[in-house]
Design a protein around this ligand. Structure first.
Ligand code: AHR
Length: 514
């Protein structure tokens, strides 16, 4: 067991906590490596690039930049993405996908047609298309996920896109692929059946009935073309007052339950009232939506063969509220600048995905570069936003089995939810290593916590990584990185370990157990 002295030393090592801030708040966390929630699907650490603002053009891809390689991919961005360990990459939208003709984005780059882009009010050059995306995914060793156009597009467009990418047959589509320089199929497994079709803002928006019927026919053709594809149905993204978001999911699943493998839901949150406690409680709302959606999925599948499974895909999620609204049209848009409290909310969302590992099998932070993103560029370089750090820690470490924790934490009253725990936690267990992810939602006080392993013992090294900063509003920029991960090591033996989680922090403890 770490001695009291060792524990105090760990506390003092945190650069953001004065010893005088040690408090009387206490919590307990019990860990049992046999209490497994489910396998953590690596795809919960996915991301998303859309033809929107400077996400692709001027972010991922900048043919004119001296920082880019011969393909036009920004090298510095590529390295930052690689370090993030992006497990899956969604493309091409988003709202953009609902009027995207994928055939515009293949063939010789200089001959591709520029098109009016109505979702975000620009002209789409089409210089980054299917080949560029799939090459990027291959170079990144990330799983590609393509969202088809079920807004203005047709069943045949969706079907032929699968054929172009995946078929081994000799057809007009596969000849075209070869002619465009790609001999072997890419074998893209994950395909979206449209984007946010429940939103009136969506090009080709439909009622749940109309979408369900339309998407079913697309799904059939796509699976006839390649039975190995996994399809993601467009679930709820519109949760406004009076909106029957649960009904949307129920109807869509009635049509698609035998064809869809995932139901996509989206969630963006913000701190409009400048209320730290309320904002940090956002993940409680996420938990509720997961539970409700799981119930709707269970209802749809009752009576179906037990082998049939539909999982939740949070294929868009993030903090997004500042750079938002009808004026966000054109090139420099959705350029949200993140602070520490945003990074903590991101960590609580990731905790929630891990805590629901049995049903949440895919999640894509929206988005990757410049547009509501962890990576921010200008023509000279980039900086890593605050939200980069928790995502990086999770994606690189929190894998294996998700564990059900016992958490006894002080709570605070909250506007939306009765009482919210200051300590928000999740845990992963893999190969004799427990990874404990803890957000301290308290703005001012550290929480002294007793960690106990029920069925094993701490067995030596503990790696401690903390994302924190001097203030909840601290931000990073091109000149300074104020919010980032700081790391240190400790040792622990025995069943118990005491640790003080500093105020407004995310801490990952990676401990060997045996
Ligand atoms: O990620 C930004 C936008 O948010 C996406 O284009 C859309 O799907 C959602 O409304």
């Amino acid at each position: 067991m770490l001695s009291r002295r060792t524990f105090s030393a760990a506390l003092a090592a945190s650069p953001f906590v004065a010893l005088s801030q040690q408090s009387s708040l206490h919590a307990r966390i019990k860990i049992d490596t046999e209490r497994v929630i489910g396998d953590i699907d690596p795809k919960i650490y996915g991301n998303f690039i859309e033809h929107l603002g400077r996400c692709i053009e001027g972010g991922v891809f900048d043919e004119k930049s001296p920082l880019s390689d011969s393909n036009g991919f920004r090298r510095d961005v590529f390295d930052a993405v690689k370090n993030l360990n992006v497990t899956q990459l969604r493309w091409p939208g988003g709202n953009f996908s609902s009027n995207y003709n994928w055939k515009d984005g293949i063939g010789a780059r200089d001959q591709r047609p520029p098109r009016l882009e109505m979702a975000w009010g620009t002209v789409e050059s089409n210089r980054f298309g299917t080949h560029e995306f799939l090459q990027y995914a291959e170079m990144m060793k990330t799983e590609p996920y393509i969202c088809t156009n079920l807004g203005t597009g047709s069943w045949v467009d969706a079907q032929q896109w699968v054929e172009y990418c995946n078929s081994l047959q000799d057809t007009a589509m596969t000849r075209l692929r070869k002619q465009n320089g790609r001999q072997d199929p890419w074998k893209v497994t994950y395909w979206g059946l449209g984007n946010e079709m429940d939103g009136p803002w969506q090009m080709g928006h439909r009622t749940a009935e109309d979408y369900g019927k339309f998407a079913l026919e697309a799904a059939k053709l796509m699976k006839f073309t390649d039975p190995s594809v996994k399809l993601v149905a467009a679930g709820s993204s519109n949760f406004g007052t009076g909106i029957d978001w649960i009904g949307w999911n129920r109807t869509v699943l009635e049509y698609l339950k035998n064809h869809a493998d995932y139901l996509a839901i989206h969630m963006y949150v913000g701190n409009r009232d400048n209320d730290f406690g309320d904002f940090l409680a956002s993940s409680v709302g996420l938990d509720e939506r997961i539970k409700t959606t799981e119930g709707v999925i269970n209802q749809a599948l009752s009576g179906e063969p037990r082998s049939k499974r539909i999982y939740i895909a949070w294929d868009e999620w993030n903090v997004w509220y500042r750079a938002r609204g009808p004026q966000q049209r054109g090139r420099r848009i959705l350029e949200e600048h993140y602070n520490l409290e945003d990074a903590l909310v991101v960590a609580t969302f990731l905790n929630s995905f891990v805590n629901h590992a049995h049903i949440v099998k895919m999640a894509n932070m929206a988005q990757l570069v410049n547009v509501i993103a962890p990576i921010f560029t200008n023509e000279k370089g980039l900086f890593l936003q605050t939200i980069y750090y928790p995502l990086q820690l999770f994606a690189n470490n929190s894998k294996g089995k998700a564990l059900e924790l016992f958490v006894d934490s002080p709570k605070y009253p909250n506007k939306r939810f009765d009482e919210v725990r200051y300590v928000d936690a999740s845990a992963a267990y893999d190969n004799g290593v427990v990874v404990l992810n803890v957000v301290n939602r308290h703005r001012d006080q550290a929480i002294e916590t007793e960690l106990e392993v029920e069925d094993k013992q701490f067995a030596g090294p503990v790696d401690i990584s903390e994302v924190n900063g001097p203030d909840i509003k601290s931000e990073n920029n091109f000149d300074s990185t104020t919010v980032k991960t700081t790391s240190r090591s400790a040792r622990a033996d025995g069943r118990k370990l005491r640790y003080s989680f500093p105020p407004h922090s995310f801490t990952m403890l990676k401990a060997k157990v045996g």
